[in-house]
Ligand binder design. Structure first.
Ligand code: 3NM
Length: 212
């Protein structure tokens, strides 16, 4: 079945935001998030497990889906809605075997060859980026730009494509016009602690005004 993604896909980040993942999730849900990724690159497994458990409770009570970045073990232990995997994480096929057919699996790609290869994998969405320069990722791949995004969205259908990297209020429209099904964002939503809910509401409103 083809995954229906909201146009705005927020990702939590404990470096960009000083708040806990659970608190970020709470504010994102208040802003209208229905599909959220928890991304944690530094915490030890136990600390992240505890945080993810709290975040998942919040998501469940709001009917939102929660996807765990990288950590298939934590997603499995908590029965989270799915995982987001990168090129150096556990192979997608292995994750699918562990998580079963109903889990959502998203997969990061950074160039055309990776995107083509991803289309052969048992994934639910393909992420592509960075579309623009980003400061939220250590050692990002080269900026891919909108033309490559357009190429990918044209070959990927019906696989949903999530654009990521440097997307904000002013660039959202271009990314969606390039055919992306959703935009995944960190700093444009999280960088001001007091405006997380407001930022997300604003982005969702903009995305609704956009023809797809
Ligand atoms: N992955 P921001 S870019 C987590 O290119 C991540 O795959 C990327 O954060 C990729 O919205 C990125 O603040 C960072 O730019 C996205």
């Amino acid at each position: 079945m083809i995954l229906q993604l909201p146009k705005i896909y927020p990702i939590t980040d404990a470096q960009v935001s000083s708040l806990s993942h659970a608190e970020q999730v709470k504010r994102l849900i208040a802003g209208g998030a229905t599909f959220i990724q928890l991304r944690e690159k530094r915490q030890p497994a136990r600390a992240f497990y505890n945080e993810a458990a709290k975040a998942l409770n919040l998501a469940r009570s709001a009917g939102a889906k929660l996807i765990i970045n990288d950590r298939v073990d934590i997603a499995l232990a908590l029965r989270a809605d799915g995982v987001h995997l990168g090129q150096t994480d556990m192979p997608v096929i292995t994750a699918r075997r562990l998580l079963g057919p109903h889990a959502v699996i998203g997969y990061s790609t950074h160039n055309l060859d990776q995107a083509r290869a991803a289309l052969e994998l048992p994934i639910d969405y393909l992420a592509f980026g960075p579309i623009f320069p980003t400061r939220s990722k250590d050692d990002p791949d080269p900026v891919a730009g909108l033309d490559k995004l357009r190429q990918i969205t044209s070959i990927a259908a019906p696989m949903p494509v999530v654009a990521i990297g440097g997307i904000g209020q002013s660039t959202l429209a271009e990314v969606l016009s390039a055919g992306a099904d959703a935009a995944a964002l960190i700093s444009a939503i999280l960088s001001d602690t007091y405006k997380i809910t407001e930022n997300l509401r604003d982005l969702l409103a903009r995305s609704r005004n956009q023809r797809s």
